[in-house]
Design a protein around this ligand. Structure first.
Ligand code: SF4
Ligand code: SF4
Length: 321
């Protein structure tokens, strides 16, 4: 049987998703037996022109991790889309924008100002910023255009499969390897995770208790048997898709929401706010105001992984669409 052609690409990512692929340990040999890797920038020295030379549809599966942040990433996404029969949004950044999409609370100019001027390690009083084109004696140097808005992969090209997680857990990656081996990939559009919420899968004792104070994880040592939300920790379980293996919950840490919204939920942050409002006991406006104050960084808490695909998508900044 002809070997499958597999591409792996990272765009606006931390590299953790690529490392997660290696975390499958000796199973990587199964992947090597099953598929020829035709692009994997972190590990193998293929060039873009090698991909450009392929006929359309020549790649069977492309595992894409990271969000789309600049024109080079958008261009490669479109190139790999044309060459691949199936695109997998691999990891929370590719699925929902992930951590990079927290930059959607600023625009590109603000990000450059911080990175190239304000950061304490800079010495850039003349405010020199990267340019897309720079003339030098030898000709013109080109850099990708830096976008104002961080996008999820499906906001740039059609995507067949979504594998959330920051990074995706090994057992889900192995599930895809097995599906590739047997040719039994799920129907297009599938999210390779659970259909339930994390709360549905969580074994912790739920007592239907109300809370009157919110704690940050470093402020208390929670009871390892009881629901973390009912102990005052913002656990994103009610608004998050299950299938992660409860890695954070088993470590006595609240869920951060990296698996994104469960089936049927459009906006993870709004769903979590609703869950929190239903459990929080307040008597008057003063207590409501005090509760709001207790949630440090609400946007980063409720939209930590999903800003790009949320109803908010980005903060409105004058002059930015
Ligand atoms: S999903 Fe998490 S591990 Fe993967 S690239 Fe994004 S931040 Fe890194
Ligand atoms: S809120 Fe968190 S701790 Fe509580 S049941 Fe849901 S997942 Fe478990």
């Amino acid at each position: 049987m002809a070997k499958l052609k597999l591409a792996l690409y990272w765009s606006a990512s931390c590299g953790g998703c690529d490392v997660a692929v290696l975390d499958i340990n000796e199973k990587i040999l199964d992947v090597a037996a099953l598929a020829d890797i035709v692009l994997w920038p972190i590990a193998l020295d293929f060039k873009y022109h090698h991909v450009e030379a392929m006929p359309d549809g020549a790649i069977d599966v492309c595992l894409w991790n990271g969000a789309v942040r600049n024109s080079e990433q958008e261009g490669i996404a479109k190139l790999l889309r044309a060459k691949s029969n199936a695109m997998v949004a691999f990891g929370s950044c590719a699925c929902f924008g992930g951590i990079p999409a927290l930059a959607n609370f600023n625009n590109g100019a603000q990000a450059f100002e911080r990175a190239y001027v304000e950061a304490p390690t800079n010495d850039n009083s003349e405010k020199v910023f990267p340019q897309t084109k720079t003339g030098v004696a030898e000709g013109e140097l080109e850099l990708p255009e830096f976008y104002d808005t961080v996008l999820a992969l499906e906001q740039v090209v059609p995507v067949e499969y979504f594998m959330p997680g920051c990074p995706p857990p090994v057992d889900l990656i192995l599930k895809v390897v097995d599906a590739l081996a047997t040719g039994q990939l799920p129907p297009p559009g599938a999210v390779i995770a659970s259909e339930k919420t994390l709360c549905d899968e969580c074994d912790r004792v739920k007592e239907e208790k109300k809370i009157s104070k919110i704690y940050r994880p470093h402020e208390i040592i929670p009871d390892p048997e009881r629901c973390l939300l009912e102990q005052g920790l913002i656990c994103m379980g009610p608004a998050t898709r299950g299938g992660c293996g409860q890695r954070c919950i088993l470590a006595n840490m609240p869920c951060r929401g990296c698996f994104g919204p469960p089936a049927g939920v459009t906006d993870q942050g709004a769903k979590m706010l609703s869950a929190l409002a239903s459990i929080y006991e307040v008597k008057d406006d003063k207590e409501i105001a005090a509760m709001v104050e207790e949630v440090v960084d609400p946007a980063g808490t409720f939209y930590r992984f999903g800003m790009s695909t949320s109803m908010l998508r980005r903060k409105r900044i004058v002059g930015v669409s």
